[in-house]
Design a protein around this ligand. Structure first.
Ligand code: FEO
Length: 396
C-alpha cells in the first residue's frame, strides 16, 4: 500500500500490523494494530514524526523511497517506546543528516535503548517550535501518557495534532480516518484501559492543555486518524473525568461449581436491585475486556475458589492487574468457596493497596453454598446497591 497525503505535503507513512495478537507479550490485540508515522515536507525542511516497530522498518523506508525523500532534516520522537522508536537507528542510518528532536528525558531513554550518539539530538522545551519553512511544528510536553518522557507535536498551519499513543487504538485498518465510530470507540477504550488508566490524572492535565489548540485532525500513532476530533476528545473526557457508574465488575473462577453457583445467584441479586453487572470467567476471558469494564465501574467483586490456601492464580492475576490499572473503583469485596481452609480474602486484600476503596464484608463459603450463604449474597448485593445510591453513583 502506498503512503497517503493527509494534508498538502503531509503524508501517512507508517505500517499496518494485521496479524499481531499480543503486545508487550501481555496485551491481547484482537484487531491487530498499526504503527503510524508521518512525513511533513515543508518548503525548507523535511520532518518525520515517530517511526515504526522494528520488524516493520522496511515498510517505512519503502514509503519514504517511493515519495522520493532523499533527505530528512528532523526526526521527531514523541515517545521512547520501541513500537515508535525502534526503527530510529535504521532511519538515522538511511538519512545521516537527520537530527533527532525530543524531550531531554526521552533523549536519555533513547540513548539507553539504542545507543544513539548524543550529538544527533536536539532537545526542546514545552511549547518550543521549529520551522520547516511554510510549516511550523510546536512541541507540547505531556509527561506520563504512560511513560514519563512523552510529548505531543502540533502542526500549526494545518491544525494537525500528532499525539503518539494518546488517543490511539490498536486497530489494523486501511481506513485513514475513523469510519466505524463504534468499533474505534471500543478499540480506543481498550487501549486507554490497558495502558493509560493508571495515569488518569496526567491525562486530565493533557486534555485541559489541549483546550488551547484548534485541532482539525488528530493523527495518533496507532489506529485510524480522527477528522472529527470531538469524538475521541469527548470519549477521553468521560473516561478520565466522569465519576464511576452503577456497575459491578465480577472477575471470577470456579473449579468445581461452588463459586459458579454463588456468582449466578449474586448476579441475579444485583440485577434485581438495579445494578449492572459485567461478569468475566477468568478461565476464558480476554483480559482487555476486563480492563475496559474497570474504566467505568464503581465496584469490583472478585469470585474465587481456594487453591493451596490462597486465591486461584488466575484470580490473583486479575487482582494484580486491577491494582496496577488503578481504576476509579470505590468498593471491593470477595465471594467464593473453600474445602478445608482459606486465606484467600486476606491474600487478595493484600494485593490491592493501590485501590482507594471501601472493602465490603466478603461472603466465603465452606463447600457448596446453602440457603444461609445465598442470604449472605443477597445482603452483599443490597449493601452494594445502597452504597451506589448513597454515593450518587451515576447510572450505567
Ligand atoms: Fe505505542 Fe507506548 O507505545
Amino acid at each position: 500500500m502506498k503512503s497517503r497525503e493527509i494534508r498538502p505535503s503531509v503524508y501517512s507513512v507508517g505500517a499496518i500490523d494485521w496479524d499481531r495478537r499480543l503486545f508487550d507479550e501481555l496485551i491481547p490485540l484482537p484487531d491487530g494494530t498499526s504503527y503510524n508515522s508521518y512525513l511533513i515536507k515543508g518548503s525548507g525542511k523535511v520532518a518525520l514524526i515517530d517511526t515504526v516497530d522494528p520488524p516493520m522498518g522496511g515498510v517505512l523506508l519503502n514509503h519514504l523511497n517511493k515519495l522520493g525523500i532523499e533527505n530528512i532534516d528532523y526526526v521527531i520522537a514523541n515517545h521512547a517506546e520501541q513500537d515508535h522508536s525502534g526503527s530510529l537507528p535504521r532511519i538515522l542510518g538511511a538519512y545521516p543528516n537527520a537530527r533527532l528532536i525530543t524531550t531531554p528525558k526521552c533523549k536519555m531513554m533513547l540513548i539507553d535503548l539504542f545507543m544513539i550518539p548524543e550529538e544527533k539530538f536536539i532537545t526542546v522545551n514545552d511549547k518550543e517550535t521549529i520551522s520547516l519553512g511554510d510549516k511550523t511544528l510546536e512541541f507540547i510536553y505531556a509527561p506520563w501518557v504512560h511513560w514519563p518522557e512523552t510529548m505531543l507535536t502540533y502542526l500549526r498551519e494545518d491544525k494537525v495534532l500528532f499525539p503518539c499513543d494518546l488517543f490511539g487504538s490498536h486497530l489494523a485498518t486501511t481506513d485513514l480516518y475513523v469510519t466505524d465510530e463504534g468499533q474505534v470507540y471500543e478499540a480506543a477504550k481498550r487501549y486507554y484501559a490497558e495502558i493509560m488508566m493508571p495515569f488518569g490524572t496526567s491525562i486530565q492535565k493533557h486534555l485541559e492543555k489541549l483546550k488551547d489548540y484548534e485541532i482539525d485532525i488528530i493523527a495518533p500513532s496507532h489506529g485510524p486518524m480522527y477528522d472529527k476530533p470531538s469524538f475521541i476528545l469527548e470519549a477521553y473526557r468521560s473516561w478520565v473525568f466522569d465519576p464511576p457508574r452503577n456497575i459491578v465488575v465480577l472477575p471470577y473462577i470456579s473449579m468445581h461449581g461452588s463459586t459458579q453457583k454463588m456468582v449466578e445467584h449474586f448476579v441475579g441479586a444485583l440485577v434485581e436491585r438495579g445494578v449492572t453487572v459485567k461478569q468475566f470467567d477468568l478461565a476464558a476471558t480476554d483480559i482487555g475486556k476486563l480492563a475496559m469494564a474497570l474504566v467505568d465501574a464503581a465496584t469490583m467483586i472478585i469470585g474465587t475458589p481456594t487453591v493451596l490456601i490462597g486465591p486461584h492464580p488466575n484470580v490473583a492475576y486479575a487482582a494484580f492487574l486491577a491494582n496496577a490499572l488503578r481504576p476509579k473503583l470505590q468498593f471491593v469485596s470477595i465471594i467464593g468457596s473453600y474445602s478445608w481452609g482459606s486465606k484467600a480474602v486476606e491474600q487478595l486484600n493484600g494485593m490491592i493497596p493501590n485501590l482507594k476503596v471501601e472493602v465490603l464484608e466478603p461472603v466465603i463459603v465452606k463447600g457448596f453454598p446453602r440457603e444461609a450463604d445465598f442470604k449472605a449474597l443477597d445482603r452483599l448485593a443490597g449493601e452494594i446497591s445502597n452504597k451506589h445510591k448513597e454515593h450518587n453513583i451515576i447510572e450505567s
